[in-house]
Design a protein around this ligand. Sequence first.
Ligand SMILES: *[C@@H]1O[C@H](CO)[C@@H](O)[C@H](O)[C@H]1NC(C)=O
Ligand SMILES: *[C@@H]1O[C@H](CO)[C@@H](O)[C@H](O)[C@H]1NC(C)=O
Ligand SMILES: *[C@@H]1O[C@H](CO)[C@@H](O)[C@H](O)[C@H]1NC(C)=O
Ligand SMILES: *[C@@H]1O[C@H](CO)[C@@H](O)[C@H](O)[C@H]1NC(C)=O
Ligand SMILES: *[C@@H]1O[C@H](CO)[C@@H](O)[C@H](O)[C@H]1NC(C)=O
Length: 358
Amino acid sequence: MGSCQFLASLVLFMCCHVLSSRAWSVNNFLMTGPKAHLTYTSSVQIGAQRGIEECKHQFSWDRWNCPESALQLSTHNGLRSATRETAFVHAISAAGVMYTLTKNCSMGSFENCGCDDSKTGKMGGRGWIWGGCSDNIDFGENISKQFVDALENGHDSRAAVNLHNNEAGRLAIRSTMKRSCKCHGVSGSCSIQTCWMQLSDFRDVGNYLKVKHDQAQKLEMDKRRMRAGNSADNRGAISDTFSTIARTELIYMEDSPDYCVKNLSLGLHGTEGRECLQSGKNLSQWEKRSCRRLCHDCGLKVEERRTETVSSCNCKFHWCCTVKCEKCTQVVTKYFCAKRNRSRRPHNTRRKQRTRNS
Ligand SMILES: *[C@@H]1O[C@H](CO)[C@@H](O)[C@H](O)[C@H]1NC(C)=O
Ligand SMILES: *[C@@H]1O[C@H](CO)[C@@H](O)[C@H](O)[C@H]1NC(C)=O
Ligand SMILES: *[C@@H]1O[C@H](CO)[C@@H](O)[C@H](O)[C@H]1NC(C)=O
Ligand SMILES: *[C@@H]1O[C@H](CO)[C@@H](O)[C@H](O)[C@H]1NC(C)=O
Ligand SMILES: *[C@@H]1O[C@H](CO)[C@@H](O)[C@H](O)[C@H]1NC(C)=O
């Protein structure tokens, strides 16, 4: 599957970097790869996968829905661009890797790492002290940086943008951490509490980064300086530009293509055939508008498809001892974007075409 391909390439890139070698094979990695890195490889893969699953969830009712073709992160293919969406992919993958490594660490999966007890025993605030097991995000950040940022081997502004977005993803893990506390004191009086910092659900990280995606800033490089420039000048221009942007914000360089339209050379499938939500319990405002966003606004119509499912129902217990059920059919209605019917009026076609062309 595509995402496996992505993971393979992630690991491959990381390996090549570690080994500084183009001729890569599993065997020579296993034999010569640094042991420290080997320890983390599976967590890095699982973390990247977690990031991608969250991406698919966050964008399930958007025109761009985090397709497999978007997951080619680095320089090894010609599709590389730096849109809002690639910014999100970078951030959420980096976050997923850091998150998983940090969780693993707290669970005691790695010998060289455990809870962050740097503050344990210190006064935290009024009525509480640091205690318990704070998640060791310094560890997760450090290791994930070594793996994920190593994928970026360019030195141009595009590479700088990707690295910035990786960093923003890791900072999202920090920003969404929560304090958890436990009460102590006579008979639950809670006169004193111990507290620790813990990771939020990864869903919260996804929600947080989705907002950052919506607010992403377009990077405007000083083009004159870039064009004139030798590489030192370029680097100067890049770092000047970046100094104005907060590390927590996602940035992009190119406007997104039209995600309504199929464009296979960009790896985009368009919205025709996509499911959207029209009715149903408890839809969010964003979900309720999905048919308009995916179909109508893309020049498509909404097509209703009904499927019947038969299942057992109204089961009754009879003495003794049988259960008798009826068969119920349930109709499930789903909605999909489909091509609009051209109104076929043969006599008119010619005239219409002529007027359109003129
Ligand atoms: C790290 O955590 C993931 C799930 O969060 C788990 O599947 C994986 O096995 C863990 N890795 C190690 C080395 O324990
Ligand atoms: C990050 O990891 C490297 C290598 O494992 C280690 O030398 C360094 O001290 C770590 N830095 C932090 C801030 O944890
Ligand atoms: C696909 O995208 C490329 C690059 O933006 C563009 O040049 C091309 O015209 C597009 N093709 C179609 C069929 O829209
Ligand atoms: C509907 O959504 C709200 C908030 O998202 C939630 O609290 C509530 O439990 C949901 N109700 C049902 C029936 O799913
Ligand atoms: C519209 O298209 C559908 C499926 O392509 C077809 O079944 C239907 O008869 C068409 N309706 C009209 C009015 O042309």
